[in-house]
Design a protein around this ligand. Sequence first.
Ligand code: HEM
Length: 473
Amino acid sequence: MNRGKSMHGMAKARGCSHARLGNFCKMFSSVPSWAEDYGIGNRCEAEQVAAILGGAGGLMHDTGGSSPDSCIPAAYTFFAQFVDHDITLDTESELHGDVLADEAIAELPNLRTVSLDLDCVYGLGPEAMPFLFDQDQEGRLLVGNEHNIHDLPRNRDGRALIGDPRNDENLFVAQMHLLFLRFHNRRLAGRSFEDAQRDVRWHYQWLVWNDFLKRVCDPAIYDYVCREVAQGRYPKCEFKDTCGKLCMPVEFSVAAYRFGHTMVRSHYPANVDYPAIELFDERFGTLGFGPVPPELTVDWRFLLDVDPCQDYTLSKALDHLFADELIRLPDPVVGTASENDRSLAFRNLLRGYVLGLPSGQRVAHALRHKGYPLDDTVDLHFAEIDGWHCLEEDLRKKLAQHTPLFFYLMREAGVLGAGKHLGPVASAILLEVFGAVLLSCDTYLRQPCWQPDACLGGQNFTLAHMVRYVNAA
Ligand code: HEM
C-alpha cells in the first residue's frame, strides 16, 4: 500500500503521533507467531498464503453467494462496524511490510480510545471540535445537510462532519452514525451536554454488552464470562501499556473483531422503494464517503426487528466466506490498489502476518490455559471447504496444523457456531477486550444500580428500542 494514499478513507497518519490516543499490543506476547510456526521465510510467502485463502477466487471468496443467512438482524453488522470505529484505528502499519516485533507493536499508535466513549461521535467534544455541534443549541450535535435532512452533516465537498470519517464508508454505517447523533439530541432535552453524553454512553455500553455481544458470541462462553465478572474474576488476560492504560490487542483488532466482515451481504434493502441495493451502489454514487441521496434514506424496519409486522433482512452467516462486494472494494475505500489489495479477506490475513499474530491453535491453547472452557484440539473440518482439495497436500497439511488466526476464527464460527454466532475462541477474545473496557472507570457496569431508561425498554433495551425511540421524536 502506498503511503499517503487514501485507505479506508484515512490518509496515512504520517506525523500524526500527536493524535495518538493509545497503542496496540499483544494479548499473548510469549506465544510464537503463525509465521514462525508455519515456517514463512519472507513476506512474499506470506502474501502467497493470504492470496490463496483471501484473494479473488480464493477459499474465502463466496463466488456463488452460497453462504446462508445467520439469525442476526442485518443492522447489527453496521452497529458492529460502528463499534469498531469507536475503539480501534491503525493508520501506521504497512500492509506489505515485514513482521513487526512486539516492541514495535507496542509503539504502534491507536487513533481511537480503547473505551466505549463514542469518540467517533463526539470527537474531542464541543470546545475542541465545535464544527460537530449546532451553534444555536448548546450541546446539540449537527444533523443533516441542505440535500438531505436524514443524512450526516457535510461540508460543501460532501465529506461528513463527524468524529471518524470511516463512519461514512458505506450508506448503512453512515445512517447508523446518524441514529446515534439523533439519540444524543433526544437525550439532551432537559440535560446538560455532559449529562446527556454520559447517559448516551452508558446506554450504548449496555447495548454492546447485553444485546450485541450476547447475539454474536458463543452462548456457553458468554455465560461463563458473565459468571466470572459477577465473581470479580475477570478479565483473565492483562493488556496494559507501560503507563497502566488499556492497549488494543492485535488479536482482537486484526482478527477476532474483523468477524463482522463475514456478516456483510452484497445487497441490502434501504427502504420500501429500494428493497435491494448493492452495498456500494454505483447507480446512486454511494461508493462511500459521499452524500446519502434522499431516496436512499435507510428505514431500519427493513434491517432490524423494529416492527412486528415487517420482515427484515438478516446478516450473512458468520463463516469463512466473504461477499463479492468485499473482495472487490471500491477506490474510495482502498485507493488505487492491486486485485489482491482490494480484497478485505486478503488484507485481514496479510495484516495478521505483519502484526505477528499467532495461529488459531496457539490462541485456543492459550485461552484454555487461562481457564476458558473450550476444546483447543477441535476439528474444523477443513477438508469440507470448497477448493480445499485443489491445494497441494503439503500446503493443506500445514494450513490445518497452523491456521492463520483470522481464517481459524471464521471457520470456527461456521463449524462450531453453525454460522449463527462466533465460536468459543473468537468469543473469548471479544469478551476479554470488551470486559476489560467495561470494567475500567466510568462505565455503566461501575454504577451499582444503573439500568437503561424504562422508556427504552429498561433491562430489555436493544438496538430496536433505540430506533423506535429516535423515530418517535
Ligand atoms: C460494511 C462493510 C465494511 C467495509 C467495507 C470494511 C472495510 C474495512 C477496511 C478496508 C479495513 C482496513 C483493512 C486493512 O487494510 O487491514 C477494515 C478494518 C477493520 N474492520 Fe472493517 N469493514 C466493514 C465492516 C466491518 C464490520 C462489520 C466490522 C466489525 C465487526 C469491521 C471491523 C474492522 C476492524 C476491527 C478493522 C481494523 C481497524 C483498525 O484497527 O484500523 N469492519 N475494514
